[in-house]
Design a protein around this ligand. Structure first.
Ligand SMILES: Nc1nc2c(ncn2[C@@H]2O[C@H](COP(=O)(O)OP(=O)(O)OP(=O)(O)O)[C@@H](O)[C@H]2O)c(=O)[nH]1
Ligand SMILES: [Zn+2]
Length: 209
C-alpha cells in the first residue's frame, strides 16, 4: 500500500518573475485595441468590439503559469514505494506554449522522466509542472531546463530526463515559413547526465530511438 505524506509542505513563496504591478484589465484591453489598429483594422467596428475583452481573457489562460508554483505542485510525495527505484516516465504530455521572441504559439509534446530515491510524486503533478513553465513566455530551451530544475529541486531524484519536441508557429506562419520543422530539446541531470546507457533507455522507452 502506498503511504502518503498527508501534510503537504507549507506553501512556498511564489518566485516573482516580474516584481512590477500588473496593468489593469482596462489598460490591457486598450493595448489590444492599439494592436488591432496597428494591424490595420478599426477596433470600434462591430465584429471587433468585444475582441479586447476576449484577448485579455485568453491571456489569463495562455499565461496562467505565472500564477502557479512548481514547488507547490510537487510538494505532496509518496514515500513507501516498496523499493521501486527505476525510472518513472511520462510520455506525450501536450505542450501549448508561446515563445518569448514573438509571443507566437509553439505546440508539441514533452517527455518527463526521473529516477526516484525514496519518494515518488503523483504522476499528474509532473504534468502540472510542465504546464507551469509552458504557460509562461520563454524559449523552448529555458522551459526544458526549468522543468528539470523544478523536479530536481523538489524530489532530489538520482536524475531527471526531459525531452520537448515542438513546432514553433513563429517559424511556420511567418519568418522562414517552414511548416515541417520541429525543434527537439533535451535536458539530462544526475545519473541521466553521466550514464549514456540510461539516456538510451529513456529515448527507447519514449519511442525516440
Ligand atoms: N533558441 C530558440 N529560438 C527561438 C525560440 N522561439 C523562437 N526562436 C527564434 O528566435 C529568433 C529571433 O530572431 P530575431 O532575428 O531577433 O527575430 P526575427 O527577425 O523575427 O527572426 P526570424 O524569426 O528569423 O524572422 C528566431 O530565430 C526564432 O526562430 C526558442 O524557443 N528557442
Ligand atoms: Zn518565436
Amino acid at each position: 500500500m502506498l503511504v502518503m505524506n498527508t501534510e503537504p509542505a507549507s506553501k512556498p513563496a511564489l518566485k516573482a518573475v516580474n516584481d512590477a504591478p500588473r496593468p489593469s484589465k482596462e489598460e490591457a484591453m486598450e493595448a489590444v485595441r492599439t494592436l488591432i489598429a496597428w494591424a490595420g483594422d478599426n477596433p470600434d467596428r462591430e465584429g471587433l468590439k468585444d475582441t479586447p475583452k476576449r484577448v485579455v481573457q485568453a491571456y489569463r489562460e495562455w499565461f496562467r503559469g505565472y500564477d502557479m508554483d512548481p514547488a507547490e505542485e510537487l510538494s505532496r510525495v509518496f514515500e513507501d514505494v516498496s523499493g521501486y527505484d527505476d525510472m518513472v516516465i511520462l510520455r506525450e504530455i501536450d505542450i501549448e506554449s508561446h515563445c518569448e521572441h514573438h509571443i507566437a504559439p509553439f505546440l508539441g509534446k514533452a517527455y518527463v522522466a526521473y529516477l526516484p530515491t525514496e519518494k515518488v510524486v503523483g504522476i499528474s503533478k509532473l504534468v502540472k509542472v510542465v504546464e507551469v513553465f509552458s504557460k509562461r513566455l520563454q524559449t523552448q530551451e529555458t522551459m526544458t531546463a526549468q522543468i528539470a530544475d523544478a523536479i530536481d529541486e523538489a524530489l532530489k531524484p538520482r536524475g531527471t530526463a526531459i525531452m520537448v519536441d515542438a513546432v514553433h508557429q513563429c517559424m511556420t506562419t511567418r519568418g522562414v515559413h517552414h511548416p515541417d520543422v520541429s525543434t527537439i530539446t533535451t535536458q539530462f541531470t544526475g545519473e541521466f547526465k553521466t550514464n549514456p546507457s540510461l539516456q538510451d533507455r529513456f529515448l527507447k522507452l519514449i519511442g525516440k530511438s
